[in-house]
Design a protein around this ligand. Structure first.
Ligand SMILES: CC(C)(COP(=O)(O)OP(=O)(O)OC[C@H]1O[C@@H](n2cnc3c(N)ncnc32)[C@H](O)[C@@H]1OP(=O)(O)O)[C@@H](O)C(=O)NCCC(=O)NCCS
Length: 152
């Protein structure tokens, strides 16, 4: 884990760097990300900063007592240094006491992210066929909070 990395709330000035990471990682503009930047959410949008540079971000949202991770990415060249883990931990801590679980969807082909989330305490809940625009399936992964027991 790097000691120089700081996790902090999203600021409007981060927009360009975040969109650059998103396009480099996912190779297409993400309408949800544009919408969230426009609406400047106060909660659940956090970034990892190192040396004044944005090197990762997580966008989460709370629906009733269910927290969701909608977007997560760490810039290439900065991975496997604990930054993704720091972002997830910060988000999970921020919803503690308000959410009974954290849920996310991950592309079935994205083994790296599945391994990463499994390491963060997420379990596979199920699969949704044809979830993505190109027909890819999604796995639903959930991390129960202290007041919830998974009966899987
Ligand atoms: C998934 C992602 C956010 C992980 O970020 P990261 O900063 O590299 O993660 P960490 O360094 O905190 O990894 C923690 C652990 O997760 C696992 N892990 C992370 N990346 C992995 C990979 N590519 N392959 C296998 N395991 C991996 C490892 O166990 C790792 O611990 P280790 O490095 O000590 O072995 C990053 O790879 C990424 O941005 N990927 C592209 C975008 C993406 O897939 N987002 C998720 C969409 S749902």
């Amino acid at each position: 884990m790097s000691r120089l990395v700081r996790i902090r709330p999203f600021e409007l000035d981060d927009s360009r760097e975040i969109l650059e990471i998103e396009e480099a990682v996912f190779h297409e503009p993400n309408p949800l990300l544009y919408a969230m930047i426009e609406s400047r959410p106060m909660e659940g949008f956090i970034v990892a900063e190192e040396g004044g540079e944005v090197v990762g971000y997580l966008l989460g949202a709370l629906y009733m007592d269910e927290a969701r991770i909608l977007l997560l990415a760490v810039k290439e060249g900065y991975r496997r240094r604990g930054i993704g883990s720091m972002l997830v931990k910060e988000y999970v801590d921020s919803v503690r006491g308000r959410a009974s679980m954290v849920r996310l969807e991950v592309r079935a082909s994205n083994l790296a992210a599945q391994t990463f989330y499994f390491k963060q305490g997420f379990k596979f809940l199920g699969m949704v066929s044809n979830y993505y625009r190109n027909g890819d399936n999604a796995y639903i992964m959930v991390k129960p909070m202290e007041n919830m027991t998974l009966l899987l």
